[in-house]
Design a protein around this ligand. Structure first.
Ligand code: FE2
Length: 297
């Protein structure tokens, strides 16, 4: 096999989406691979709007308000609480090592954040508008969600030089329903490449079992191992995509992303959906006592 052919084999196919439908070939690829790449899914103007709005939210966030969370005094407990309370809020999460022993930021906040989560799509008008756009609604139905509900949103920074890697996981580990129904929409707000920490996934890796559950116990969390089997033996492929592309991720698909050692940012916006006809586990970490789940209307 030539190098070009080998590269082509490891380069997943890209699809375009229309406003009213997803092509049968794209749906077949999703069923086969557990992921689907849709280029030009979100306009450049809407990518700009999300990035500008995130920058405004960061501007308005005073890390001093949450200093206790990041100080050494009872740090673990406070961090757990801040995380667990974020299911129906907009909270800010920093990269490891962003604070010194006294809880002071060691760099500018805009360069130290790991992500914002987890109810941007319900609480912020810009994120709400774009997350509930007609294409997202059409796609959710097309991939088989009968009553799609928008459960979780994250703005992920993957900062230049310091953006950390995300280890192998299945999204249903964190957002568990019976039957399983979780789907991730991963929107590239910058070009995502192997240099700046794009996603990796093994094609077809979703045809396995859920390995773990991440569960809440009071105000702490723990991991329950459901299946000790190693990850499937497929070669993960890099899901390199241009800005504005959407990657659909099946809840059972193992995926990961590398660290960003480059000088380029790799912002992404993710939205996780579940099906309203499935039961949402009461011991999932993410609970929304103050904010009922909504669909696309
Ligand atoms: Fe994930």
């Amino acid at each position: 096999m030539t190098a070009a052919a080998a590269n082509a084999r490891h380069r997943p196919r890209r699809f375009k989406v229309r406003d009213d439908a997803v092509d049968a070939a794209a749906l077949e690829a999703y069923a086969r691979d557990g992921f689907l790449i849709l280029e030009d899914f979100v306009s450049s103007a809407d990518c700009d709007a999300l990035q500008m709005r995130a920058a405004e939210l960061v501007d308005g966030f005073d890390p001093a308000e949450t200093r206790t969370i990041f100080s050494t005094i009872d740090q673990k407990h406070a961090q757990d609480r801040y995380f667990l309370d974020s299911g129906d809020a907009i909270h800010f999460f920093f990269e490891d090592g962003a604070f010194d022993a006294e809880g002071r930021l060691t760099t500018d906040k805009s360069l130290a954040l790991n992500k914002i989560g987890h109810a941007l799509h319900d609480l912020d008008p810009v994120f709400d508008r774009i997350s509930r756009g007609p294409r997202f609604a059409m796609l959710a139905k097309a991939i088989g969600l009968q009553e799609p509900l928008l459960l979780q949103s994250m703005y992920i920074f993957k900062q230049p030089y310091i953006g950390g890697e995300v280890d192998w996981h299945q999204d249903s580990t964190f957002l568990y329903t019976t039957p399983l129904s979780t789907v991730g929409f991963w929107l590239a707000l910058d070009d995502a490449t192997t240099e700046n920490g794009c996603l990796f996934a093994p094609a077809g890796g979703h045809r396995g079992l859920l390995r773990k559950r991440f569960i809440r116990e009071g105000m702490t969390t723990q991991v329950e191992v459901l299946d000790e089997k190693p990850w499937p033996n497929q070669v993960p492929v890099p899901l390199e995509v241009p800005r504005g592309s959407l990657i659909v991720l099946h809840g059972l698909l193992p995926h990961a992303s590398g660290a960003n050692h480059s000088s380029k940012p790799r912002h992404a916006y993710t939205l996780h959906l579940i099906d309203g006809v499935a039961d949402y586990a009461a011991d999932n970490w993410l609970q929304r006592p103050r904010l009922p789940l909504r669909g696309f209307s």
